[in-house]
Design a protein around this ligand. Structure first.
Ligand SMILES: Cc1cc2nc3c(=O)[nH]c(=O)nc-3n(C[C@H](O)[C@H](O)[C@H](O)COP(=O)(O)OP(=O)(O)OC[C@H]3O[C@@H](n4cnc5c(N)ncnc54)[C@H](O)[C@@H]3O)c2cc1C
Length: 619
């Protein structure tokens, strides 16, 4: 390993991932910890990294409390309804009560916000969404982080968390490598905030071959947010709650502005409103949840999927009416130009002008994330003033490993945070991390050179494997002694697709399929010991793949554990097709034993805090 220099950095707060949550955490850590050493480490470059890299056209989470538009309680009810009851209301409320202050800072920092000319308020796209000219969104929040951190490290992928060797179950930092220099980086830290985004490309995407890389969630979101904590034995929650999105076909262009602002609507190939056709069938599966308003996202997907299976496709978005209005036509195009340029390019290449042709929609492959209409992620402590005992162990957003915090997509149970809520959650986690240090909880951490050196050997092993095994390449990239990251990725995607409820089976799985999927994932894990990397970029791909594979194991274990179909339209358990509130009105929590690699799962009560508190007040 002599060729890879080792560089050490000791710090108080280490932020892993400089996306929305990571920039929020870095910014807030400085506010509370004036004298602390704060480091942010990012796989790409924080100016243009993460899911917001290209920009956004709307901030999807803003209460508008200053104008009495919404209250945090309303948002909790909304998220609870959308997730078929399964959210951590303490976390959701906590985020919602602080999110407006985050958005006001974005405004002060120069993010161009659209205003309602009559009222002077932020222009609403929907009940929760406000419209922005958001191409510069990410550079603006990155600037706040850069001004707050002692140092930002770009181009370093964190591969493992370090553990304290003095006190059991306490964090000690993180290690990774620089993808440009090949240096090995050791960050010994008193607290670590994991903010490494969600996971795309664990299920086989619709776009393969020439289209590979076109996905809805950012293709570089590789599940580090889950794999890092899972590997050190942190508990995870709701990992079965993968999300499927209805999006414009092939370009994955978002539909929010179209539905909410342009008031476009969907139809089947015969021009019919297909959603109501599936009402009775859906009611059979989920009971009264189908009568909730707004209709939960998964149930709208369900109607789409059923209609397509029944031969009613292609499903279209009716744009030809709204686009006759020149203002709405401009908004429709600008929506993509500031956020998903690829969709505009796809339409151009397919000769689609939405003014004259209703574009096709599709349902995406599943993604794993914690900030959208889904809530997979780490099991964290809530805030002390809101959380019941099962949900509270000292520090807000701290995982079940002491000193390890999470925010944004990393955190499970708190759906519908989006960009602003993720930044807000980063702020909350950082405030708690600083308090943890100030409370002297991080004294005497010991991380030996041996622990670091062992990781160094592990991290660079794929380069060694390739160097040796390349001599046996028989044709192209085929070698009996190693697999390449892309070969491993495609194998992972097929396993997840075919056994764990991806597009190949119309999101259907069952206990037997999942069992088989777990076997195949175990063999893949074994073979990933032989992944080879020909250069530093491929080394990154190798570690992205390993993180995706571990995340996938956790998703599969959770999907097997929950014996019901809680979210039809996200996935189906063919052996338990109905929603089962009697047995499964609960959260699922897992832990992987770092020694044995075995997962154990448990049910944890879901508390409906908001309305319970109101009921108590009334009585
Ligand atoms: C296409 C699309 C449209 C969206 N539309 C909207 C919208 O209109 N409005 C809205 O409010 N929200 C929207 N969102 C959601 C929003 O982008 C996310 O909720 C938010 O970015 C999540 O924040 P995060 O910090 O958890 O993840 P990210 O912002 O993705 O940040 C994660 C960061 O971690 C880094 N990272 C990953 N692994 C590692 C590692 N191992 N080591 C070091 N760094 C690592 C990544 O490079 C990245 O910078 C959209 C997302 C997408 C993809």
């Amino acid at each position: 390993m002599a060729s890879h220099k080792t560089r050490y950095e000791d710090c108080d707060v280490l932020v892993v991932g400089g996306g929305m949550a990571g920039t929020g955490a870095t910014f807030e850590a400085r506010h509370w910890g004036r004298d602390l050493k704060i480091i942010c480490v990012e796989k790409a470059n924080i100016d243009r990294s993460g899911a917001v890299a290209q920009g956004l056209y709307a901030i999807n989470c803003y209460m508008g409390m200053q104008w009495g538009e919404n209250q945090p309680e309303d948002h909790v009810r909304y998220a609870r309804n959308d997730l078929m009851g399964m959210v951590r209301e303490d976390l959701g409320y906590d985020m919602a009560r602080h999110v407006d202050s985050t958005v006001h800072m974005f405004d002060e920092w120069g993010l161009p916000m659209m205003k309602n000319e009559k009222t002077g308020r932020y222009l609403r796209e929907g009940k929760w969404q406000i419209m922005i000219h958001g191409e510069s969104y990410k550079p603006i929040v990155a600037e706040a982080a850069k001004k707050s951190a002692d140092k930002i490290y770009n181009r370093i992928m964190i591969t493992h968390l370090l553990m304290d060797e003095e006190q059991k179950n306490r964090i000690g930092g993180a290690v990774g490598f620089n993808m440009r220099t090949g240096d090995f980086h050791v960050f010994r830290a008193k607290t670590v905030i994991v903010a490494a985004g969600g996971a795309s490309h664990i299920f086989k995407p619709r776009a393969v071959g020439e289209g590979m890389g076109r996905t809805w969630y950012a293709p570089w979101s590789n599940g580090s947010a889950y794999a890092l904590p899972i590997a050190v034995g942190a508990k995870m929650t709701q990992m079965e709650n993968r999300i499927v999105l209805c999006r414009f076909k092939d370009g994955y262009g978002p539909v929010g502005a179209y539905f909410l602002h342009l008031k476009t609507y969907t139809q089947n190939a015969n021009g019919e409103n297909y959603e109501k056709k599936w009402y009775d069938q859906t009611k059979e599966l989920v009971g009264e949840y189908i009568d909730h308003h707004p209709t939960p996202t998964c149930l709208r997907n369900h109607a789409f999927i059923q209609e397509t299976i029944a031969g009613g496709g292609p499903i279209q978005m009716v744009t030809t009416e709204a686009f006759q209005d020149p203002h709405l036509e401009t908004v429709g195009w600008e929506n993509f130009l500031g956020m998903t340029v690829g969709q505009a390019v796809v339409w151009a290449s397919q000769n689609i002008d939405p003014k004259y042709t209703n574009p096709e929609l599709t349902t995406s492959e599943p993604y794993v994330m914690g900030s959208h209409a889904t809530c997979s992620g780490a099991w964290v402590s809530g805030p002390e003033d809101l959380s019941p005992p099962e949900y509270f162990w000292g520090y807000n957003r701290m995982l079940t490993v002491d000193g390890l915090f999470g925010a944004g997509d990393t955190v499970g149970g708190s759906a519908h945070k989006f960009s602003s809520g993720s930044f807000t959650e980063g702020r909350l986690a950082a405030k708690a991390a600083v308090k943890y240090i100030q409370d002297q909880k991080a004294e005497g951490i010991k991380v030996t050179d041996k622990q670091c050196d062992d990781f160094k050997e592990t991290i660079f092993k794929p380069l060694e494997t390739y160097t040796v095994a390349q001599n046996e390449i028989t044709g192209g990239t085929v070698s009996p002694s190693y697999i390449s990251p892309i070969q491993g990725l495609q194998r992972l995607q097929r396993i997840m697709d075919e056994y764990v409820g991806g597009i190949a089976t119309n999101y259907m799985t069952n206990g037997n399929m999942l069992k088989r999927g777990l076997e195949l994932l175990a063999w893949l894990e074994e073979d990933l010991e032989k992944v080879g990397a020909e250069d530093l970029h491929q080394l990154m791909r190798a570690w992205e793949l390993k993180h995706r594979a571990l995340t996938s194991q956790c998703v599969t274990e959770h999907t097997m554990f929950r014996e019901e179909t809680r979210w039809p339209g996200y996935y189906y358990r063919g052996d338990h097709m109905k929603l089962d509130d009697d047995n499964w009105h609960c959260l699922t929590v897992s832990r992987r034993d770092p020694e044995t690699g075995k997962f154990t799962l448990e049910k944890v009560p879901v508390y409906h805090i908001v309305d319970e508190n109101e009921k108590k007040k009334a009585s």
